[in-house]
Design a protein around this ligand. Structure first.
Ligand code: IPM
Ligand code: MG
Length: 390
C-alpha cells in the first residue's frame, strides 16, 4: 500500500466494508422474498396520498379527485380508503434531516399503495441539507424494485413500456460515495443476481400478457463489465423462459440515438434497463409524448407499490406563481397504473381512454404551464366530464 495515503485508503476501505455488509444483507432479504400481494384478495385497500413539494400538492389533489370519482362506490362500501399522509415536504425532511421522516415512513407502511406527488431532491449548492432523495429512499425502504414507465404516441407509432430497475445500480448507495482524498471521489454501482432477474421477469411477464413480441435489454456491458455485465447475463437467463418473445440487446448510447430514429423506433416495445439508464432514457422517451409532464410511473414491489409522475417538483413554476397551471397528466397516467395494479382494470381502461381523448383527440383544453393554457383544475374537470361518457 502506498504509505503516503495509508490512512485515507484505510478509511475508504472501512467505508466500503460497511456498504458491502449492508448490500449483502439486502441480497439475503431479496433472495428470501415471497410472492407478490394479490390485491383482489384484500378486504380493504388503503391508498396513501402524499402531496410532496412544489407543484406536487396541486397535481396530486387533481389525481385523487379523479380516482375518488372512479372508485366512489368502493369507497362508500369501505373496500377502498384514501388516506392523507402529511409531512413528506422538503421543509419537514430538512428539519428532521431525514429523507423520509420516521412518522411518515410508519404511515406509509400501513398503506397498500401510495399516490405520491413529486418531492424536491436536494443537490449541491441549493441551500438544503444534503439528504437523500425521498423518491430513492422510498423505493429502497419499500423495496419497489420495478419502475414501469409507459410512453405512447399513437400518431408516431410509439407504444413503449420501460422497465427500469429501481433499487440498485448507481442508486443503491448513491448518497454513500467516498471522497478518498479531497482530489479523489469514488461512487459505487451495485448489481445483484435476483435484483436483475426480478425486473426482467416482470418485463417478460408484462410482454407475454400484453401480446408484445419483443423485449430490448439496454446496458453498457461492454464498458461497465461487472455490474452491467451481471445485469445482462441474468436478463438473458430469464429470456430463455420466454422463447416466444424476441430479445435483443443494445448499448445505452446507441439506444438513446435509436429512439429518435423515426424509421426504427416504432419497432421497440418493451425495454429492461438498469436504474440510471432507465432514469435518463425515460425522460427522453417522455419528450416525444409531450414532455415529462405527461408521463406517469409505477414503482412496484412485492408488498407495496407507489405511483408518481416521472418529473420533479418544478419549484420554478411555484416561484413564478404558475402552480395552478401545472399539468396533472403525469399523475393521472400514474393513476391509470395504480388502478390496474390493484386489479381495477375496468376503471383503469376508462381513465386511460379519457386521457387519450383529452390529450390526443379532442384537446379542448391544453395545458401549457402558463396562463396561455388551461389550469390544472379546468383540465381535471374536463377529464371528469369526459369520463361521464365513457
Ligand atoms: C425519476 C427522478 C428521480 C430519479 C429523482 C427525482 C430522484 O428523476 O423518478 O426519474 O432520479 O429517479
Ligand atoms: Mg428521472
Amino acid at each position: 500500500m502506498n504509505e503516503k495515503y495509508k490512512e485515507q485508503i484505510q478509511a475508504a476501505a472501512e467505508h466500503f466494508a460497511k456498504l458491502l455488509e449492508g448490500q449483502l444483507e439486502r441480497v439475503e432479504r431479496i433472495n428470501a422474498e415471497g410472492e407478490a400481494v394479490d390485491y383482489l384478495k384484500l378486504d380493504k385497500i388503503v391508498i396513501g396520498v402524499c402531496g410532496g413539494d412544489g407543484i406536487g400538492p396541486v397535481i396530486t389533489a387533481a389525481s385523487r379527485e379523479v380516482l375518488e370519482y372512479l372508485l366512489a362506490d368502493e369507497v362508500k362500501a369501505g373496500k377502498i380508503e384514501f388516506r392523507n399522509i402529511d409531512g413528506l415536504t422538503i421543509e419537514n425532511r430538512a428539519a428532521q434531516l431525514k429523507a423520509i421522516p420516521d412518522g411518515v415512513m410508519e404511515e406509509l407502511k400501513k398503506c397498500d399503495v401510495i399516490l405520491k406527488g413529486p418531492t424536491t431532491t436536494p443537490h449541491k449548492g441549493d441551500g438544503w441539507p444534503n439528504i437523500e432523495s425521498a423518491n430513492v429512499a422510498m423505493r429502497k425502504a419499500l423495496d419497489l424494485f420495478a419502475n414501469v414507465r409507459p410512453v405512447k404516441v399513437p400518431e408516431k407509432g410509439i407504444d413503449w413500456t420501460f422497465f427500469r430497475e429501481n433499487t440498485e445500480g448507481s442508486y443503491a448507495v448513491g448518497s454513500n460515495g467516498v471522497n478518498v482524498t479531497p482530489d479523489l471521489g469514488v461512487d459505487f454501482c451495485v448489481t445483484t443476481s435476483e435484483g436483475s432477474r426480478r425486473i426482467a421477469r416482470l418485463a417478460y411477464e408484462f410482454a407475454k400478457k400484453n401480446g408484445k413480441t419483443r423485449v430490448s435489454l439496454v446496458t453498457k456491458a461492454n464498458i461497465i463489465k461487472t455490474t452491467d455485465g451481471k445485469f445482462l447475463e441474468e436478463c438473458r437467463g430469464v429470456a430463455k423462459d420466454y422463447p416466444e418473445i424476441a430479445t435483443d440487446e443494445w448499448f445505452v448510447d446507441i439506444m438513446t440515438a435509436k429512439l429518435v430514429d423515426e424509421k426504427r423506433r416504432g419497432d421497440f416495445q418493451v425495454f429492461v434497463l438498469p436504474n440510471l439508464y432507465g432514469d435518463i432514457i425515460t425522460d427522453e422517451a417522455a419528450e416525444f409524448q409531450g414532455g415529462v409532464g405527461t408521463a406517469g410511473s409505477a414503482n412496484i414491489g412485492k408488498k407495496y407499490a407507489m405511483f408518481e409522475a416521472i418529473h420533479g417538483s418544478a419549484p420554478r413554476m411555484i416561484a413564478e406563481g404558475r402552480g395552478k397551471y401545472a399539468d396533472p397528466c403525469s399523475m393521472l397516467r400514474a393513476s391509470v397504473m395504480l388502478l390496474s395494479h390493484i386489479g381495477r382494470q375496468a376503471e383503469a381502461d376508462r381513465l386511460e381512454k379519457a386521457l387519450d381523448f383529452c390529450m390526443f383527440t379532442d384537446k379542448k383544453y391544453r395545458i401549457t404551464g402558463r396562463d396561455t393554457g388551461a389550469t390544472c383544475e379546468q383540465f381535471t374537470e374536463y377529464v371528469k366530464e369526459t369520463l361521464k361518457n365513457i
